[in-house]
Design a protein around this ligand. Structure first.
Ligand code: ATP
Length: 603
């Protein structure tokens, strides 16, 4: 497919904010594409050249892109910037200049994708110049509409508002004429976190191709997630005779991948031909460590990586655990505020020494060449105990008790709390590992004071109200936040928050607002109210509220019959999630409905 054709589709996608139309347009695009291009198109429509978990960045700031535009059309950088200021958008500025230039070629989707990947791979001395000239050459060989969109990719501003569920619906629609294969596609996606790869398998080998997708060491697995229940009696009712209970560690989740048979782990990109030769720096060895939102964090945790190599008894493994700052002498867990200092990307060795981490392994998904997610909790735990010994220092095993009564839950819960932990995780004994799913196979049981909600709500920042009075100094007087509807791939509003933030936090919101500000309501946002300005839904905030109520002004879980949605009463900010959750990982409408129901089930 010529890139110009793809650019036509970009135009159509940009022109609508209706999800059904987005799905329809995308499916037509997929139907027109060659099988070998499907993966690349999946990345490109989300403004990327690799699956999101890969740290493949083009490394070009806006001013470098402006230089590339100048070079392509024989202008000065100042002329480009002037036109950009005038038109308000770098894409429009590039398009204007390209109009009076005759394209020297008509590049294909694969050509542009390859060129952009080349830019990402360029590093070291002289790479700035090389990146600029590579982009300039791509621009010269494209028509003006294509140029308008391509220049937004390096700087991360190609925002068509297309989430993963929309892509999955469209893939099914393109191939079968309806959306019925979405769950099968989603299953394969949950195992590999790579939509491009899944799309390619699907288009090449049909539904069968999807069913044979297994876990791959090096590709993160979308994590299994826990449900909530109002009290221990309900938990027992739900779980049956016997169930497992483990401490709920208050650190951060890590997914560990190990393959001892390779020198450097194959990074398994989606697009088959790109598999070899991807340069990722010194840390792409035999161990990879992914965060809760599947970001590659290996680099930040050299102590954990070393612990895996030394202590884990397996040739290849994918397992999960909670990393927490821990003092082995006193057997003391450090508070979350301490642990989280390890998530930084600088002064790594120094911080690792000052705050050594232990990982408490709680699940195993893959062992010595085999995907074991379909084995039961009991079977997986046995294998985990074989691989992670009780005497380990760094990769430790989480305590695990098989119990059966509410009384035992309370006893263990109180022990966990007095050890400085967050509560318990209760696990169903006969359940497989449910990649990418929240369900009652795991129930989180946290401390909650009576009368309050059983959990905090992870909200997405959707808009900002600029300040009045004293607040003008921060630029922010309030926030509009929402939750995620994973059925419709939309963000629905749930609360305005105007109090309970410190000055420091208001300033931080202002900074975030400046970076994410957009001129119009983003395509995936459903709202009845208008903030002073909208932001791209990216930032996740953990919110605590007294109660969930119903309100006619918020769209979360909107009920036509009563004309109300859900709202939070007396919301306050607990913390910024600091990018450990993507917007799509925020609390979902379905979860909120259950939290709402729990309010009344709690004694
Ligand atoms: P979630 O990850 O469910 O979206 P969250 O990040 O806000 O939500 P919680 O809801 O508090 O976290 O609890 C789930 C998290 O608890 C898991 O993602 C994991 O990081 C952590 N955890 C701690 N101990 C365990 C354990 N023993 N088994 C499973 N998860 C555990």
């Amino acid at each position: 497919m010529k890139f110009a054709k793809l650019a036509d589709y970009y135009e159509k996608l940009e022109a609508t904010s209706k999800r059904l139309e987005l799905v329809d347009i995308l499916s037509k695009l997929f139907a027109e594409a060659e099988n070998a291009e499907i993966g690349k198109i999946c990345y490109l429509i989300q403004g990327r050249v690799a699956p999101f978990y890969m740290p493949v960045e083009l490394g070009m700031a806006e001013s470098m892109v402006a230089q590339a535009i100048a070079k392509a059309y024989d202008k000065t950088k100042d002329e480009v910037i002037k036109s950009y200021r005038h038109l308000g958008n770098i894409g429009l500025a590039a398009q204007e200049l390209a109009k009076s230039h005759k394209a020297s070629a008509n590049l294909s989707v694969s050509d542009v994708f390859g060129g952009l990947r080349k830019i990402a791979d360029l590093g070291g001395e002289g790479s700035v110049e090389k990146k600029i000239s590579t982009l300039a050459q791509i621009l010269k060989d494209l028509d003006s509409v294509s140029v308008k969109h391509v220049v937004n990719i390096p700087i991360g501003t190609l925002r068509l508002g297309i989430g993963d569920p929309t892509v999955m619906d469209a893939l099914s629609l393109a191939k079968t004429g309806d959306k019925k294969l979405r769950p099968v596609i989603e299953d394969a996606y949950n195992k590999t976190s790579d939509l491009g790869y899944v799309a390619e398998e699907f288009f090449k080998h049909g539904e069968k191709g999807l069913e044979t997708v297994k876990l791959i060491v090096g590709k993160p697995v979308r994590p299994a997630l826990a449900e909530r229940m109002p009290n221990a009696d309900e938990v027992v009712k739900r779980m049956g005779d016997k169930f497992a209970a483990e401490p709920k560690f208050d650190g951060f989740r890590v997914q560990i991948h190990l393959d001892r048979s390779v020198k450097a782990m194959p990074l398994g990109t989606a697009v088959s031909e790109l598999r070899p030769g991807l340069k990722l720096g010194a840390d792409s060895q035999q161990v990879k460590i992914f965060s809760r939102n599947l970001e590659d964090m290996t680099h930040s945790f050299p102590d954990l990586a070393e612990g895996v190599l030394k202590e884990v008894k397996a040739k290849s493994v994918i397992m999960e655990g909670e990393a927490i700052a821990y003092n082995p002498q006193t057997e003391e867990f450090l508070p979350f505020q301490e642990t989280t200092k390890r998530r930084r990307k600088y002064k790594i060795e120094e911080t690792a020494k000052a705050l050594p981490l232990a990982c408490f392994a709680f699940d195993i998904l893959y062992l010595d060449g085999k995907d074991i997610t379909s084995k039961t909790e009991v079977e997986r735990r046995k294998l985990l105990e074989r691989v992670v010994s009780k005497n380990n220092q760094v990769i430790r095993i989480a305590e695990h008790r098989v119990i059966s009564t509410a009384k035992q839950i309370h006893e263990f819960f109180n022990e966990a709390i007095s050890d400085g932990l967050e509560g318990l995780m209760i696990k169903k004994l006969d359940s497989p590992y449910k990649a990418g799913g929240r369900g009652f196979h795991w129930i989180k049981f946290k401390r909650a004071s009576s009368g309050d909600l059983t959990d905090t709500v992870d909200c997405v920042l959707l808009g900002i109200y600029t300040g009045r009075g004293k607040r003008t100094e921060f630029g922010v007087g309030g926030l509009l936040v929402g939750i995620y509807n994973d059925k419709t791939d939309e963000f629905e509003t749930i609360s305005r928050i105007g109090t309970g933030l410190t000055d420091e936090e208001f300033r931080k919101v202002n900074e975030i607002g400046k970076q994410l500000r957009v001129e119009h309501k983003p395509a995936r946002v459903k709202s009845k109210i208008e903030p002073s300005y909208w932001v791209e839904p990216e930032e996740v905030l953990e919110i605590y509220a007294d109660e969930i109520t119903k309100s006619p002004i918020h769209t979360a879980g909107w009920d036509e019959k009563t004309g109300t949605g859900y709202a939070l009463r007396f919301p306050r900010l607990v913390k910024f999630r600091e990018k450990d959750k993507r917007a799509e990982d925020a609390t979902t409408v379905e979860e909120l409905k259950r939290l709402f129901a729990n309010q009344y089930g709690k004694k």
